[in-house]
Structure formats: structure tokens, C-alpha cells
Design a protein around this ligand. Structure first.
Ligand SMILES: NC(=O)c1ccc[n+]([C@@H]2O[C@H](COP(=O)([O-])OP(=O)(O)OC[C@H]3O[C@@H](n4cnc5c(N)ncnc54)[C@H](O)[C@@H]3O)[C@@H](O)[C@H]2O)c1
Length: 256
């Protein structure tokens, strides 16, 4: 078990899916989570978790696109805790339009949350961090491939670049910055996906199934922890092998 006692992290997009799983796992490891999302009040599962882990999960409203909300959040953290040990830029949205249908509005909307949100988060939180702190940006297999929803894919490639630049910039301060790239994970985001997308993804996944939010959260927890003390600037897929084979799986399967 990873011990995160006395460590404080911010997790964005924590009302459900992977953000909630990361929040619960971090709190169970003994840390304090400032769990944030768009709503003034947390969703019921988060409210339940706040009650169950009294003092170790605190919910705050945060729209990652708004600099003034990051200022208010970090002021609260400075007043209440004095410092910060981690940030998980997990909040994300998708648009599923393809190349010839995607609009500038699709590109702008997705980039504002998935890229600008992460940039603002790092800019706000790094001043509260010191050596040993860790930032995890949640990318996607889309950031490692030519995934068809073009605005989403472009945003996750941009986030990947932002992450590596941040790792270079913050390394001398002892602050680590890494990406995790989930494959198809069963969350509210994928609940609305076309069943054909789900099936085709499973066909491309060597482990032959979709993933759970907890399987991503475990890797995020590792990257936040001192066990990953010499790991920075890394792209870590959590995708059952989907991004590993460069298309060779269908060839291998055809010849079985
Ligand atoms: N589920 C998957 O298969 C999958 C695959 C690859 C990557 N991802 C990425 O994982 C992350 C988590 O996704 P999820 O599957 O848990 O999705 P989800 O839709 O369940 O959760 C995303 C959360 O982000 C929040 N959010 C959206 N816009 C926000 C904003 N402006 N400010 C603050 N919060 C905002 C939502 O309210 C929601 O609670 C996302 O970055 C997503 O792109 C998911």
C-alpha cells in the first residue's frame, strides 16, 4: 500500500468517473484531497465520500477554465494547509465530430478545458509546491494515436506537449510532471459512446476488455507518490496494451 499521509493534492473533475476513483484512492492512502468540479455542491457519491473520510476529502467548486476560480482555490489551500504536494489535471470533455464536421467551436471548447484548464492549474498550484511535489495530467490514447474525434485528439496531443514542457521547466525545482493515457475506461464520459466504438476498441486491446476508473487511479496514485521519485516527463498508457502494438494486433489475430 502506498502511504500518502500528510500529503495534500488537488483533483479536478472529481464528481465522478476517474476523478472520483482517484479521490477515494488517495484519501484511503492517508492523504488529503481537495476534490473539485463544476457544481457548487458535490454529486451524491462525492458527498458520501466527504462524510466517510471526514477531513481527508474536501469538496470545492472549480471551473478549470477560469483563472479567478484557481486563484480562489489556491488562496483557500494556502490559508487552510499552507502548501500543496500534488495536482491531478483530470477534468476533461470530448466532442465526437470527425475531421470534416468539426467546428472551430468544437476545437475551442475542448481545448479550453483539456489544455487551458491544465495550464491554469499548473500556474496556480506550482507556487504552493516544493521539491517532491508531483503533477499528473490525464491525457488519453488519443494523444498517442490518430483517434477519430479530431478536436479531442488535437487537445490531448497539446496537453501531452504541455506536460513534457512543464516537466522540463519544473524539474530543477524537484517537481515532477507526468501524463497518464487511459484507454477505454467505463465512466460517464464513455457511457454515451457508440457501441461500435467500444467493440472496435476492445478488438484492438490485447487484454481484451475495457478498463475501470480504479485501474487508472492506481497509476495516478503511484505517480503522485514518492515511489515515482525519479519519474518525470513520462507518457504512461493505462490502456490494456491498446497503444502498444502499432496495428499489429489485427495481423496477429488473423493468423491465429
Ligand atoms: N473514460 C475514458 O475512456 C477516457 C479515456 C481516455 C482519457 N480520458 C480522460 O480522463 C479524464 C476523466 O474522464 P472520465 O472518463 O472520468 O470522464 P467524466 O465525464 O466522468 O469526468 C470528467 C469530469 O470533468 C468535469 N469537468 C468538465 N468540464 C469541467 C470544467 N470546465 N471544470 C471542471 N471540471 C470539469 C465533469 O464535470 C466531470 O465530472 C478526462 O480528462 C478524459 O478526457 C477518459
Amino acid at each position: 500500500m502506498i502511504d500518502m499521509t500528510d500529503r495534500i493534492v488537488v483533483i479536478t473533475g472529481a464528481n465522478g468517473g476517474q476523478g472520483l476513483a482517484e479521490t477515494l484512492m488517495f484519501a484511503r492512502a492517508g492523504g488529503v484531497v481537495i476534490a473539485t468540479d463544476l457544481t457548487a455542491e458535490p454529486f451524491p457519491a462525492v458527498a458520501e465520500a466527504v462524510k466517510e473520510h471526514a477531513g481527508r476529502i474536501v469538496y470545492r467548486q472549480l471551473d478549470v477554465r477560469l483563472p479567478q476560480e484557481w486563484v480562489a482555490l489556491t488562496r483557500f489551500i494556502r490559508d487552510e494547509h499552507g502548501c500543496l504536494d500534488g495536482l491531478v489535471n483530470n477534468a476533461g470533455i470530448t466532442r465526437r465530430s470527425r475531421l470534416l464536421d468539426a467546428t472551430p467551436a468544437d476545437l475551442a471548447a475542448v481545448s479550453e478545458v483539456n489544455v487551458t484548464g491544465a495550464l491554469l492549474g499548473m500556474q496556480a498550484c506550482v507556487p504552493l509546491m516544493s521539491s517532491g511535489a508531483s503533477i499528473v495530467n490525464v491525457g488519453s490514447v488519443a494523444a498517442l494515436s490518430g483517434h477519430y474525434p479530431v478536436a479531442y485528439t488535437a487537445s490531448k496531443w497539446a496537453l501531452r506537449g504541455l506536460t513534457i514542457a512543464a516537466a522540463t521547466e519544473l524539474g530543477p525545482q524537484g517537481i515532477r510532471v507526468n501524463s497518464v493515457h487511459p484507454g477505454f475506461i467505463e465512466t460517464p464520459m464513455t457511457a454515451g459512446a457508440n457501441p461500435a466504438f467500444r467493440e472496435a476498441t476492445i478488438d484492438e486491446t490485447p487484454l481484451g476488455r475495457t478498463g475501470t476508473p480504479e485501474e487508472v487511479a492506481a497509476v495516478v496514485l503511484f505517480l503522485l507518490s514518492p515511489m515515482a521519485a525519479f519519474v518525470t516527463g513520462v507518457d504512461l498508457p493505462v490502456d490494456g496494451g491498446q497503444s502498444s502494438h502499432g496495428g499489429a494486433k489485427s495481423v496477429s489475430d488473423a493468423l491465429r
